[in-house]
Design a binder for this molecule. Structure first.
Ligand SMILES: NC(=O)c1ccc[n+]([C@@H]2O[C@H](COP(=O)([O-])OP(=O)(O)OC[C@H]3O[C@@H](n4cnc5c(N)ncnc54)[C@H](OP(=O)(O)O)[C@@H]3O)[C@@H](O)[C@H]2O)c1
Length: 276
């Protein structure tokens, strides 16, 4: 029996693996994991009987027909160089690395390749998985992969050219949302004796409620602002300040994140022509 394999058990690899196993969409006996550091994966064995764990990426590559590469972007081509002789035409390779293009992967493995950008929020089954397949991925392989991803997230197809901005909106956004609302809370606390953890809980609850309200009632951002920031009211004052300052801040956010994408992509491009 061919397995579903994972190389890299860090923040994202562990989220995917545990999400698939816990949701029951993947069985332990059909799962193989390799990670550079063994101690990180050892405790999976007592919990998931029959799971394969190793530090040898080539074993996982050989045993898997679906193989997730979950290492950092600059490590992806190194790993592909190590395992490329173990991949076959029936291997379906999935890269979850931002900045690594499908053509970067194809420079080492000219077979079935899918780029997926998951989001940490899939840990609570509320994430988006951005997906783009190359032309070689068969219908069966697409369906199987999307069944796995669909068990923990909502699968959204995007053109590869749109990945960077889409990834800012989904996989980077939890970090940015946390940064934005941390500033919101810290500023409020300067004018009150509310404890920091209480303030954080108030805001998180409101974020959840806002997302739920907008989703369940199909309300867009402008409509919600109109409903809350009534003319001459308190919220309107705050929204005016945000409208003055945030557009330029977010222009800079996208300028910086997209520039960083380009820098890393260039570094990966230079790895493509190097013998690693
Ligand atoms: N974090 C996110 O929210 C997020 C979202 C979307 C996409 N991604 C993408 O997901 C990928 C992984 O990110 P991450 O946040 O999970 O990184 P991470 O926490 O640093 O995990 C990377 C893992 O890869 C392992 N590793 C490194 N080199 C290896 C090798 N040669 N062979 C086997 N294992 C190796 C590391 O092992 P050790 O235990 O030895 O360190 C570590 O467990 C990145 O490409 C990133 O772009 C991340």
């Amino acid at each position: 029996m061919k397995k579903t394999g994972f190389i890299g058990y860090g923040s994202m690899g562990s989220m995917l693996i545990n999400g698939f196993l816990k949701s029951g969409v993947l069985e332990a006996e059909e799962t193989a994991i390799s990670n550079r550091t063994m101690t990180k994966i050892e405790n999976l064995v007592p919990e998931w009987k029959g799971i394969t764990i190793t530090t040898d990426n080539r074993i996982v590559a050989r045993e898997s027909d679906l193989l997730f590469v979950c290492v950092r972007p600059l490590d992806v081509l190194h790993v592909l160089d190590e395992i490329k002789d173990d991949l076959t035409s029936s291997t379906h390779l999935v890269s979850i690395a931002g900045c690594v293009t499908i053509s970067d992967i194809e420079s080492r493995f000219p077979g079935q390749v899918t780029k997926v950008i998951p989001s940490i929020t899939s840990e609570v089954r509320e994430g988006i998985a951005l997906v783009c397949h190359n032309s070689k991925v068969t219908k069966d392989r697409m369906e199987y992969l999307e069944k796995l991803l669909g068990a923990i997230s909502r699968v959204v197809h995007v053109r590869e050219n749109d990945f960077e901005v889409a990834a800012d909106f989904t996989s980077c956004a939890p970090g940015m949302i946390a940064a934005i609302f941390d500033c919101f809370v810290q500023a409020g606390l300067k004018h009150s004796e509310i404890k920091s953890d209480v303030a954080q809980r108030l805001v998180i609850s409101t974020l959840l409620g806002t997302a739920k309200l907008m989703t369940e009632k199909g309300i867009g951002f402008s409509e919600l602002i109109r409903r809350v920031a009534t003319k001459g009211g308190i919220t309107e004052e705050g929204v005016k300040v945000l409208n003055n300052h945030l557009p330029s801040a977010f222009d800079e956010v996208f300028f910086k994140t997209l520039s960083k994408h380009e820098i890393v992509k260039e570094m990966i491009k230079s790895q493509r022509i190097m013998v690693l």
